[in-house]
Design a protein around this ligand. Structure first.
Ligand code: ZN
Length: 448
């Protein structure tokens, strides 16, 4: 059977991930994401109303023209998890393919909300839920399997396409967490089995985001302990404490909510995306928040909540807000600009349970936001965080577990691939032979 890979998006950048695997006549698409930084540099861009071609020109969504060169039928579109760089282009591209979107329940729910917000295209693709550990036939000869992985969003998987020529393992995005705060540990046992059964692993596509960082990415339970240490250390402070983190990072939000309670403060989630991700996770029973946890997304209800906090005393609350990257319209930035009823005072604490995404526009925005907060006297606690992506030793362990015949580095630009290429070469792979560092829009033939 012929097997080939099309590298559509995310091979020249971190963002707009999209890869297709053709096995015989069947094609499966892994991820269909957005490159948010290409959207944010334009002022007031409303992607909901934009045409796909304009977004492709901006570099915001994958340029999927290479798909017309693949001879086969798309049988499934498979987003690996709910981050926008993996699902954010489904509302713009999925309608071009007569195939269902297949994902885990939390991811499907987020995809559903993306499609609902879309104003330009009617996306009618079936949305099919499949749990981690589940399998599905793809045509007569291939099978799709979801292997449970751990990442900075719940319900993440690595999909595997089992073909008669061996398995194609799509390895975006994960860290190796054996003690996650929410959900099951990464299923390394299954990866090891896949590496040894049948024809073994024909190809492994790997997330190189942190390939250049040595050692191992710590578990979420380490970030949780760090957070507890910080919050306990300011337990006696009798002024305002505000925290921010990734809205989609439900495990972290859960830790913030629990520690707020432990230091005698009432947690409250503020900002549109806080309400969206946490509300969805609670509705689907992925997390058990206290019954009286307030979540407010709309401007009016947020302002009403801030007024109540100011009336009842800031020292009784922990607002958990959006804006960890300094996004101009997010809640924390608005607080910094003094645009909300919440008044920051000398000595108030702001906890960033996040790391700045190392990208110039993020860094600039975050710098501005920090300056605004400091001008009001806020004390900042930065980097209370662990990454969701493997570092060097995690990559090494994955190669050991899977023993892939071919490796394709992804989720980075060429310079970001370099450390991964060095690691793979040290394990006997050779560029141009079985190690394929490539860019967007290319085809790699694995079996002719
Ligand atoms: Zn991700």
């Amino acid at each position: 059977m012929e097997v080939e890979i099309a590298t559509i998006g995310g091979y020249e950048e971190v963002g707009r991930q999209m890869t297709a695997v053709r096995a015989g006549d069947d094609i499966v698409i892994f991820d269909m994401g957005l490159n948010l930084s290409k959207v944010l540099i334009h002022d007031n861009v409303e992607t909901e109303r934009m045409h796909s071609l304009d977004l492709i020109d901006m570099g915001a969504i994958p340029d999927d023209r290479v798909m017309s060169e693949l001879e086969g039928d798309v049988k499934a579109i498979v987003p690996t998890h709910g981050h926008l760089d993996h699902i954010g282009a489904i509302s713009k591209l999925a309608h071009r393919y007569d195939a269902p979107v297949v994902a885990t329940p939390y991811t499907i729910e987020l995809v559903k909300q993306e499609i609902k917000g879309e104003e330009k295209f009617g996306v009618q693709n079936d949305l099919v839920k499949m749990e981690a550990g589940g399998t599905m036939s793809i045509g007569d000869k291939n099978e799709l399997e979801f292997v449970n992985v751990t990442h900075s969003v719940i319900d993440a998987i690595n999909p595997v396409l089992h073909t008669p020529e061996g398995s194609v393992v799509y390895g975006l995005d994960k860290r190796m967490d054996h003690t996650p705060v929410l959900g099951d540990p990464i299923d390394m046992k299954r990866f090891r089995e896949i590496g040894r059964e049948g024809e073994g692993v024909l190809c492994y596509i790997e997330d190189c985001t942190n390939a250049g960082r040595k050692g191992r990415t710590p578990s979420e339970s380490v970030a949780r302990r760090h957070l507890k240490d910080v919050m306990t250390s300011i337990e006696d402070y009798d002024g305002g404490i505000v925290a921010t983190t990734f809205s989609s990072h439900i495990a972290r939000v859960k830790s913030l909510v629990e520690f707020a309670d432990e230091i005698g403060r009432q947690p409250v989630l503020l900002g549109r995306s806080m309400e969206k991700y946490s509300g969805t996770a609670e509705r689907l029973d992925f997390v058990d928040f206290p019954d009286d946890l307030g979540m407010y997304g709309h401007r009016k209800s947020v302002d009403r909540t801030f007024k109540r906090i100011m009336n009842d005393g800031k020292e009784n609350f922990l607002p958990i807000v959006t804006g960890h990257q300094g996004e101009p319209r997010a809640m924390l930035t608005r607080m910094g600009r003094g645009e909300t009823p919440y008044e920051l005072e000398d000595g108030d604490k702001v906890l960033f349970s996040a790391r700045v995404i190392p990208e110039p526009s993020n860094e600039g925005q975050r710098y501005q936001s920090e300056q605004l907060l400091k001008m009001q006297g806020a004390r900042l606690y930065d980097d209370i965080h662990v990454s969701g992506h493997l570092r060097e030793e995690g990559h090494y362990q994955m190669l050991q577990a899977l023993q892939p015949q071919n490796v394709i580095p992804g989720h980075q630009s060429m310079s970001g691939f370099a450390p991964y290429v060095s690691l793979a070469e040290s394990q006997g792979y050779k560029l141009g032979r079985d190690l394929h560092a490539t860019s967007n829009g290319n085809r790699i033939t694995l079996v002719e």
